[in-house]
Design a protein. Sequence first.
Length: 242
Amino acid sequence: MTALSSNRFNHDNEMPKAIVLLSGGLDSATCAAQAIADGFQVTALSLDYGQRHNRELVAAKAVVQALGISDHRIISVNLAQWGGSSLTDQTMAIPTEGVKPNEIPSTYVPGRNTVFIAIALSLAEAQSAKAIYVGINAVDYSGYPDCRPEYLAAFQHLATLSSKAGLEGCAPELVAPLAMDSKADIVQRSLRLGVPIEKTWSCYEGGTEPCGLCDSCRIRDAALIQAGRSDLATKVARSAVS
């Protein structure tokens, strides 16, 4: 799934709306910037799902301000009530040994994308939005099952069956512009789009500075260094390359 032009939706010279799932991380911030570049009026949707820290929500607010998005919704859905992930269960350790092939890491949150996209679909229908942008990535996706193209295709089919808009032939389109990008590709796209990378937060931990050790930090740091922007990498990564 690639970025799309809003011209296909614009039949009355009004700027079409898009819902963007914005976590506050690099991928979702790039997704928001892409939606704006594609000509959409963006509503940013962030979820307080019981994650072990609120740094990414703080980052989401900063990204919204930097990108000039006027409509930002933060919805609470406490997935931590039943745990099952090291991102929602404080008793579980955050993995730092790197992503292992054919193994879904403990940072996978059961049903997270399904819950998030369902909420985005509800908001999109209420706002008559034409698209839902998601920062799902099928290349550097840490093995999560709900980041695959076939998952998105199945949810698109569900959207056409489960909504009034879908029955009327105008279900919001799920757009995953980063789906087939590597993390390095995403960094390059974010630089082209003017994403405030320094304001985003991808670390699984919630300290004052990103840890530089978790899988998310490692993948992001490697991409930033590859893109020649080691200045935006974590202190741990900068120390290693200096």
